[in-house]
Write a protein that binds this ligand. Sequence first.
Ligand code: NAG
Ligand code: NAG
Ligand code: NAG
Ligand code: NAG
Ligand code: NAG
Length: 376
Amino acid sequence: MGSQVLGFAILLVAAGMTVALPNKSMDQMDVPAIFVFGDSTADVGTNNHLKTVFRADFPYYGIDFDLSKATGRFSNGYNTIDEISMLLGFHQSPSPYLSLASDQSTFKKNIFLGANFASAGSGILDSTGSQLGVIPMRQQVEQFRLVRNSMMEVIGATATSGLLSKSLFIITAGGNDIIDYFKSNMTTISQQDYMESIISNYTAHLTNLHIMGARKFGVISSPPVGCLPSVRLQANLTLPGSGCQEGINEYARGFHGMLTGLLRGLSSDLNGMVYSLGDVYNMTITMMQDPLAFGFTNVEEACCGGGRLNAETRCLAMQYPSPNVCKDRGAYLFWDSYHPTEHACKLAAKTLVGAGLAFVAPMNFGQLAQTKVQDE
Ligand SMILES: *[C@@H]1O[C@H](CO)[C@@H](O)[C@H](O)[C@H]1NC(C)=O
Ligand SMILES: *[C@@H]1O[C@H](CO)[C@@H](O)[C@H](O)[C@H]1NC(C)=O
Ligand SMILES: *[C@@H]1O[C@H](CO)[C@@H](O)[C@H](O)[C@H]1NC(C)=O
Ligand SMILES: *[C@@H]1O[C@H](CO)[C@@H](O)[C@H](O)[C@H]1NC(C)=O
Ligand SMILES: *[C@@H]1O[C@H](CO)[C@@H](O)[C@H](O)[C@H]1NC(C)=O
């Protein structure tokens, strides 16, 4: 155990994933609120309120919480957004917008710490997940508009824009758009046109958030989706060491490159905009290349599921035969066929908040949180 922790620290340094957190944990004065947009990697219970099969409010999700409570997070415990929020001095991710909105008597009080709009299965494009009954990013941004309007009713326009300019806007999306393209027959639209429509829609969403007062953007690009157990299964890459679906990974790398250009351009066009772009592609590949250094013994199979790669059947305790759940969940990269374990989320969050330029640029989320921006 001791040597594993030491090895982990050494590799973090070697890989530039140094965790250079400030001495004290940053208090909420730096970031008054966090607003979260995106997909299942960020969802903390939005989909519990929706008629969709894309939900995680049943066992064995949340197995490592007190009483093994399934909260709607697609993890055995906390997800990356929770971990980032904790590093910035919050208790966990802000609550789902739909949970806050379900109690109008407290809504106008509780929105001041932020809200999480992320919906599992959704994407940047309206078409992504459109059959699933989930909330696409365009609609998440419209929900934010309602939150902002309520804030203005309570504290006025000036104080609201002051608060929003200091707040952190975390967005994690793109992976589902890429996966959807490969699930469709790829004939109706070329790769380049598809990627361009993703980028132009993303531009519109970010611009709309900026118009409404967002200034600090923490953007997380796509993981190597070709390495997800579910995706490897589809390509029959099921033997140990059989590798990832490189065709899909190439899209994820291309997406990161396009995001780099998009954010650079937007930040020079949009008044006061500052951003961090987290490279979860590189982070995940780095972990997969030297699993033991990060405390992983298994970076290929799902911890919870069944069949090949433990990813052919769902992580659903009620089903028959019941799923296998790995015992050492801290040693697995993947919790289910799509999503990382809490341990992997914790590593990703530490990297996003504190690492160097190889993994998050042009600054990390910790520096972003502390940047002073004008709110005009
Ligand atoms: C990925 O991370 C490595 C460090 O492990 C770094 O040397 C490399 O530049 C990074 N790649 C990209 C594309 O940023
Ligand atoms: C941490 O605290 C020590 C002593 O209080 C101080 O000398 C040092 O500069 C601090 N480091 C950072 C990164 O703030
Ligand atoms: C792909 O094409 C096949 C036949 O060409 C069709 O049956 C199938 O529905 C298509 N799938 C999608 C997702 O469009
Ligand atoms: C969003 O993408 C769709 C294609 O899915 C495209 O028709 C539309 O023009 C795009 N919207 C914006 C604002 O770029
Ligand atoms: C995967 O293997 C199954 C049978 O084992 C076969 O039916 C299927 O066509 C294969 N799929 C691919 C993409 O090779």
